[in-house]
Design a protein around this ligand. Sequence first.
Ligand SMILES: Cc1ncc(C[n+]2csc(CCOP(=O)(O)OP(=O)(O)O)c2C)c(N)n1
Ligand SMILES: [Mg+2]
Length: 540
Amino acid sequence: MNVAEFVGSALAELGVGHAFGVVGSGNFHVTNALRAAGVPFVAARHEGGAATMADAWARTTGRPAVLTVHQGCGLTNAMTGIAEAAKSRTPLLVLAAETGAAAVRSNFRIDQNALATAVGAVAERVHTPASAAADVVRAFRTAVEQRRTVVLNLPLDVQAAPAPDGPLPAVPALAPVRPDSGAVAELAAVIAAAERPVFVAGRGARSAGRELRALGTVSGALLATSAVAHGLFAGDPWALGISGGFATPLAAELIRDADLVVGWGCALNMWTTRHGTLLGPDTRVVQVDLDADAIGAHRPVDLGVLGDVGATASDLLAVLTPRTGYRTDAVRAAIADRGRWRDVPHDDLTGAGGIDPRTLSTGLDDVLPRERTVAVDSGNFMGYPSAYLSVPDEAGFCFTQAFQSIGLGLATAIGAALARPDRLPVAALGDGGALMAAAELETVVRLGLPMVVVVYDDRGYGAEVHHFPDADHTTVTFPDLDLAVVGRGYGFEAVTVRTAPDLKGVADWVAGPRRAPLLVHAPIASDGGSWWLSEAFRGH
Ligand SMILES: Cc1ncc(C[n+]2csc(CCOP(=O)(O)OP(=O)(O)O)c2C)c(N)n1
Ligand SMILES: [Mg+2]
């Protein structure tokens, strides 16, 4: 066994769940070693796609994933997806082949450490055959225990050397961090004094839905999420949906009227608070987070509690006594009546340009099975699928938007689909993001995924078109393209939806054998710029 084979089998033994990549000579052996040790591998068509597939798989399962890339250009191609994963604190191991230290004139040579650290990933290396076991375990522990994206460089000369003997060092599982008991007492007093508490759960709360629902019941709090935790409170009569740009008018009103907002594993950034405008002037603000750096990062807080979200909520449950709080009959009735975007009436803009994106999204919500996983790309269109498509729980929504890159949505849907094969994956893309990532349409077909890919096609970069309304749009508009034909070329079934009745084609596919994935090409009418877009550009 050589070091490359050792690294693959060691990571399998440590418990990585799924690998993705584009295989070149430098990562050929390590990838095959992972496969031989039982880790499933998906060959993507572009490293950028592979990186985001791995990221989405890890987010959806809660387990570490692996990306494997060729040295130099394989890693540079993957960088946007690695940056997204790093910013999202996804536990991801990037096995990056690397030119040997002595190959100073290799055309593949770049500073891979600098590249990794530049985007917030952790740079690691298998330094020598003798240190290989310690190097791999250190990289694995950093990824899992610190929730980091780790680029583990594998120099070619070290990879080819004979592997070390002996067992891997043990990696005991660590218990969640309990908060300080004084801080729990302080937070309990703040919650007990609140008349209209609202909980906003973020990424750090995605595994604590049960505890937060129970705590919400006892403390009389309404329940909201950031976009990345969408679905966490699905089905709860006191759930407001997403807080921030995608919030319904009712949710925005109720959050603004809160006298206490507790961010659970949620940094309360400009998106989640609409630049702070969802926090009323007299609202007390509390954050509970594992990460001291997140507390007060975007808004001043009245109280910060350092600790695991689930553990903190459990400790509070033990000391709080039940109260009505914000959970009045009137609020419950308002949520039942106007709690979803689809309950908010709109003037249908469907016309020569195409279908109104709200009509399209509501229609899709009606015809697609409830057990679905929704992945959304970036752009002017992005709020429509996020706000109008219901999701069954937090694993049913995968939002790779920490880097705000377009082109990640399709790969996100692929990774999440592999994590939840029991659900229908739905990729919602703009025409720009779809074409940027089109190579992975082949991956969808090759893997036999029964996916629905919806393209909100405004023939351009709508975000830019609407942001600069009176400008020359030559650089951001494109000619008509028949994306249904493009989809069929890759092996998709395809329908074009210009009006609501055209959605029958989607319903027919849902009712059929779903032997091929479905591409829904939806030329859309101009909305004149979506309501969250101006909000977004304020942050630039
Ligand atoms: C990789 C990358 N390049 C450029 C941008 C700037 N950008 C933001 S939205 C957007 C347009 C996206 O077009 P499309 O996918 O068609 O969505 P639309 O805005 O038209 O709804 C662009 C170019 C970006 N966010 N990411
Ligand atoms: Mg567009």
